[in-house]
Structures are given as C-alpha cells and as structure tokens.
Write a protein that binds this ligand. Structure first.
Ligand code: HEC
Length: 108
C-alpha cells in the first residue's frame, strides 16, 4: 500500500518520462564550476554547441533542458539513461549518477 503510493508519486514527479528519480543529497558539493562545466565539455559539447541539436553549452541552457538531460544521460534510483552521448567518450555510471544529483539540486 505504502509502496504503491511511493511509486505513484515518483511517476507524477517524473512526468511519466524516463526520469531517473535522482534527488539532491543534503550534503551536495557538485556545482557547475567543479562538475557541470567539465561534464558537458567532455561528453556533450562536441555536438551540442551548434544549433543543429539542442544547445547546452551554458549553465542557462543546461538548466532550461534539465528534465530532458536527466532522461537522456543521467542515472538514479529509477535507472541509468544512456541515450546520450552518442558514441564515445561516454561518462561512467558514477558520473551519470552525479549528473542526476546535480540536476536534481537545480544545477547550482
Ligand atoms: C555525437 C554527437 C552527440 C553527442 C556527443 C551528444 N549528443 Fe545529444 N543529441 C545528438 C543529436 C544528433 C540529437 C538529436 C537527435 C536525437 O535525439 O538523437 C541529440 C539530442 C539530445 C537531446 C534531446 C532529446 C529530445 O528528446 O529532444 C538531449 C537532451 C541530449 N541530446 C543530451 C545530450 C547530453 C546530456 C550529452 C552529453 C552527455 C549529449 N547529448 C551528447 C547528438 C549528440
């Protein structure tokens, strides 16, 4: 009974997409400066800094696309999304988990 409620709640929060269900840890230390910038530079910017794909090479555009990014590339309690990046280099699952948490924190 309680579990069904929780699953229902996660479904609503995730908008029914393949969101990871990642949450922001209370002791979060990830920021754009120490994590986000490097993550996107390493794994995403080679395709997503032009206008042919959703552009995510600034903090504002990352925040604006946060739900989609979570569903494409992050990891969390509900699963690991590996649709992005296409090809290599690709982030490790640990890095995808950090991405999910950082986005859940509002990409500080
Ligand atoms: C090799 C090129 C390439 C790399 C690297 C890449 N992407 Fe993409 N991405 C694409 C292309 C092409 C599309 C549009 C077509 C598609 O959805 O496959 C896309 C689409 C997307 C979308 C939009 C999906 C939608 O539903 O509209 C998101 C979000 C995304 N990428 C996130 C990322 C993230 C996050 C990274 C880095 C971890 C990344 N991508 C790395 C090529 C790339």
């Amino acid at each position: 009974m309680r579990k069904a409620l929780l699953v229902g709640l996660l479904f609503v929060v995730g908008c029914g997409s393949s969101g990871t269900g990642a949450t922001c840890p209370s002791n979060n230390t990830l920021t754009y400066e120490n994590f986000g910038r490097q993550f996107f530079a390493s794994y995403c910017d080679r395709c997503h800094s032009s206008s042919t794909q959703p552009v995510m090479n600034s903090l504002a555009t990352i925040r604006a696309n946060s739900t989609m990014i979570d569903s494409e590339a992050a990891a969390g309690p509900n699963g690991t999304n590996t649709a992005m990046p296409e090809g290599t280099p690709a982030p490790t699952t640990a890095e995808r988990t950090q991405l999910g948490q950082w986005l859940a924190c509002g990409a500080p």
